[in-house]
Design a protein around this ligand. Structure first.
Ligand code: NAD
Length: 420
């Protein structure tokens, strides 16, 4: 079985302190596929020191050379895209087509977008009597989640390298296989040692040590709001810059003027795509009263037909949830919904068709009001919450009555109403 190591200063290394060993479990069949030797603050120290040493020369490496490194990395990514897709499906259970064509493909896409942006940017401009110069920030700490692992990693790594920053990445402990491949690709692309470093470990041990480290100039964090608050507070002590992408409980508003078939497609994809494990999931579905009963009935019928199964099979539409504790947390919201006075419309239990794996049936509930916990808390699974509204103003009020603020979807054939 593969043991995953840190990648520090251009070498694969074991943790300095003998820490815990974390099993990497395939969520579709519960088999162990690898293990991670979890890191600690001591490994962060080593990685930051390497990144800091490398920054001195990398920051002044000509832009052309940095972009050439990214082109080499992109070519490797494209050549090894199937390996990356296998890793993503094995670690977090997304259907393989999605892992390859959307998740893994976002790696080279982010590199390409960075190359284009870097060539368009005025790195040094004279405006009046001022010289405006764009300079790399320094060592960047990157912390990423498990749900779209490569998208998150490469959206941070590619621009950092183009800018001349050096990085320490802490990938999610729940999605370490794809991160390991990124480190392999970077090794193969022969980036200078210390430009990219990766430390495996938990958020409280490794991620927190990064947020606190005085030589890290910037933290780029994607994950839950709870962890993001800790990152921001900790980073404040050393006056770091912080960039964050956090959770969501996004409203998907369907007016009675919508093309119902398209709105249904959108609502189903919005909450069941990637098994609902998406920050921008349309998890609160607001339907105008006149069409509510019929639309909800059709939604439930179609949800029951979704093909749940082995994510390696092309016929599968939804795979398992990413890990056991996550599945248990998602299922716990069925009781929360009932306590709120919500009605269970479909699903709400583990799939009986699967003896192994963290499969749950696509679930939908009708909530009594927007203050219910199922309307206010991010469940992050295949769990749709319906609310019924009467007027445009009511829909806007409900959509905005949330502690989250990520996206909103609007379905109407009256463009004026959609653009209010
Ligand atoms: P999480 O917050 O549990 O973990 C995310 C990462 O942060 C992991 O690497 C984790 O180990 C680390 N971490 C945890 N506690 C930390 C701490 N105190 N200090 C530093 N690092 C810490 O989130 P998750 O379960 O991995 O991912 C799901 C969450 O991510 C959801 O809330 C989802 O909405 C959000 N997300 C947001 C976006 C976006 O673009 N807004 C994209 C993807 C995921």
């Amino acid at each position: 079985m593969k043991t995953l190591q840190h990648y520090i200063d251009g070498r694969w290394v074991s943790p300095i302190e003998p820490g815990s060993v974390f099993p990497v479990i395939n969520p579709a069949d519960e088999t162990q596929v690898a293990e991670i030797r979890m890191g600690s603050a001591a490994d962060v120290e080593l990685a930051v020191a390497a990144a800091h040493r490398a920054f001195a020369s990398f920051a002044s490496t000509p832009l052309d050379e940095r972009l050439e490194m990214l082109r080499r990395l992109k070519a490797i990514f494209v050549r090894r895209i199937d390996e990356m897709a296998d890793a993503i499906t094995t670690e977090m259970g997304a259907p393989h087509d999605m892992s390859r064509d959307a998740q893994a493909a976002s790696g080279p896409d982010h590199i390409e977008a960075t190359l284009v942006a870097a060539l368009q940017l005025d790195w040094e401009t004279r405006i009046g009597t001022s010289n405006v110069v764009r300079e790399p920030v320094g060592v960047c700490g990157l912390v990423t989640p498990w749900n779209w692992p490569i998208n998150q990693i490469m959206a941070k790594v590619a621009p950092a390298i183009a800018a001349g920053c050096t990085v320490v990445l802490k990938p999610s402990e729940q999605a370490p296989l794809s991160a390991q491949l990124v480190a392999e690709f970077i090794d193969e692309a022969k980036l200078p040692p210390g430009v990219f470093n990766m430390v495996h470990g938990t958020g409280p041990a490794v991620g927190h040590a990064m947020s606190a480290h005085p030589l890290i100039e910037m933290m780029s964090f994607t994950g839950s709001t709870r962890a993001g608050i800790d990152v921001a507070k900790t980073a404040a002590d050393t006056v770091k810059r912080v960039a964050q992408e956090l959770g969501g409980k996004s409203a998907n508003i369907i007016f009675d003027t919508a093309d119902v078939e398209r709105a249904l497609d959108g609502a189903l994809a919005g909450i069941f795509g990637n098994n609902g494990q998406q920050c921008l999931a349309g998890s609160r579905i607001l339907v105008q009263r006149g069409i509510a009963d019929a639309l909800i009935e059709r939604f439930v019928q179609r949800a029951r037909k979704i093909r749940l199964g082995d994510p390696m099979l092309p016929s599968t539409e939804i795979g398992p949830l990413a890990f056991r504790q996550h599945m248990e947390r998602v299922l716990s919201y069925v009781e929360v919904a009932k306590a709120d006075g919500a009605t269970l419309l479909t699903g709400g239990r583990r799939s009986e068709q699967h003896e192994k794996g963290w499969f749950i049936e696509p679930t939908a509930v009708l909530a009594p009001h927007n203050d219910s916990r199922v309307c206010q808390e991010e469940i992050f699974g295949p769990f749709a919450t319906f609310l019924v509204f009467d007027t445009l103003d009511e829909a806007i009020h409900i959509a905005n009555s949330s502690n989250f603020g990520l996206v909103t979807y609007v379905w109407s054939e009256e463009i004026g109403r959609a653009h209010v």
